[in-house]
Design a binder for this molecule. Structure first.
Ligand code: SF4
Ligand code: FES
Length: 369
């Protein structure tokens, strides 16, 4: 099989993060700071990524600004002519940090907002005063002249405010807004019953987003990701396994996607043991679901098999217990109807309990604010 180079590297430089978002897609068992790659190794990995043909580097986490060497990594990536993007909650940033990152060559910032009001945002993010700080950071991003995207994750508790979220993105001066439904991996999967929207909410969100796209053409680009569980066709997760993206976790494990460690039986190579190109070409984890050879029916004979690549392996794992199944979000999967029933049941039950990272047990969220 001819293997093209990856388009983008998602560099998860740390899992440390002061926020505790109820839908965090990081693994439930996080890598401790003591296992993080050192600066020299990340600099070498950036060299290897550029040599491999990577075009963009997304610095992510956890909260990537928790690492003191972020500026050095950004500068090195920029010197290698890699497009640099920072995916951040913003809550650890001071204005001088941001201007220093801009000077180092940072080109784009994706800043997450949990809601349009402080109480709702701080509650979902599990951190007091986070919303106010994010508003400040947005102003600095615009002042520093970097391309700016607002990331808004939509769920049952804020779907009614998607219109306000769009207005907020315009007011903040963002050029792009990502209205993304919760993806049910990591903490999102743990808190699925708390987060799942109803189908009526989803329809209303879709209507508002489509109207805003027309109204704001040329002002704000809106990307919209509907909840998988209500979709009829799966997303081409990661643009297809081992085709476009490579993830490196804080300890240096090279992963085909951020949730791949939830799939039992895969062996992940690390950048401490092998060069990135060797891993991209030869790693068992990358080759297991690359291309179409691995596919079961109905994918194997489906016209869309090179469009969505069978959907998401981690979702197939979470919903069927077998990562090699057709993603059951697909209407051609024999399990499709049960996914919709599950979504409607969880949304309809209206549970008010969820669990934060670090909490010993489930919390009733209305009592936490
Ligand atoms: Fe995609 Fe498989 Fe569904 Fe076809 S059957 S649309 S390839 S997930
Ligand atoms: Fe792992 Fe979709 S998140 S393949």
């Amino acid at each position: 099989m001819n293997i093209d180079p990856p388009l983008a590297l998602l560099a998860e430089i740390t899992h440390r993060c002061p926020m505790r978002c109820l839908y965090c897609s990081n693994p439930v068992n996080l890598e401790p700071a003591s296992r993080e790659l050192d600066t020299a190794t990340w600099l070498r990995v950036l060299d290897e990524a550029a040599d491999l043909g990577v075009y963009q580097v997304h610095f992510s986490g956890g909260e990537p600004t928790a690492r003191k060497d972020l500026g050095e990594l950004v500068q090195h990536a920029a010197e290698l002519d890699l497009y640099t993007n920072l995916i951040t909650s913003g809550v650890l940033l001071e204005s001088e940090d941001l201007f220093r990152l801009a000077d180092a060559g940072l080109e784009h910032v994706q800043l997450s907002f949990q809601d349009t009001d402080a109480a709702g945002g701080d509650r979902i993010g599990g951190l007091k005063d986070a919303h106010r700080r994010k508003l400040e950071v947005a102003g600095w991003v615009v002042d520093a002249g970097m391309a700016f995207t607002v990331n808004a994750v939509i769920h049952r508790h804020n779907a009614g405010r998607v219109g306000e979220m769009i207005e907020l993105a315009v007011e903040l001066g963002a050029g792009r807004l990502e209205v993304a439904s919760v993806q049910y991996y990591g903490w999102g999967l743990k808190n699925r019953a708390y987060l799942m929207p109803t189908e009526q909410q989803l329809d209303a969100v879709t209507e508002i987003v489509e109207a805003a796209r027309d109204r704001l053409a040329g002002v704000l680009t809106i990307d919209y990701v509907i909840p998988d569980y209500y979709a009829r066709r799966p997303k081409a997760c990661m643009g297809g396994w081992g085709r476009r993206f490579v993830n490196i976790d804080p300890s240096g494990r090279v992963l085909p996607c951020h949730a791949a460690t939830t799939i039992p039986g895969l062996t992940f190579d690390t950048v401490q043991d092998h060069a990135l190109e060797h891993i991209w070409q030869h790693s068992d984890a990358f080759n297991r679901f690359r291309g179409t050879e691995w596919m079961p029916e109905p994918c194997a004979s489906c016209d869309f098999r090179e469009v969505d690549w069978g959907g998401c392996r981690c979702q197939a794992m979470a919903l069927t217990g077998d990562a090699a199944q057709t993603d059951p979000v697909c209407s051609l999967s024999p399990l499709h109807e049960s996914v919709r029933v599950l979504a409607e049941r969880e949304a309809g039950a209206g549970t008010e309990t969820a669990v934060y990272r670090g909490a010993k047990k489930e919390s009733v969220l209305r009592d936490l604010s």
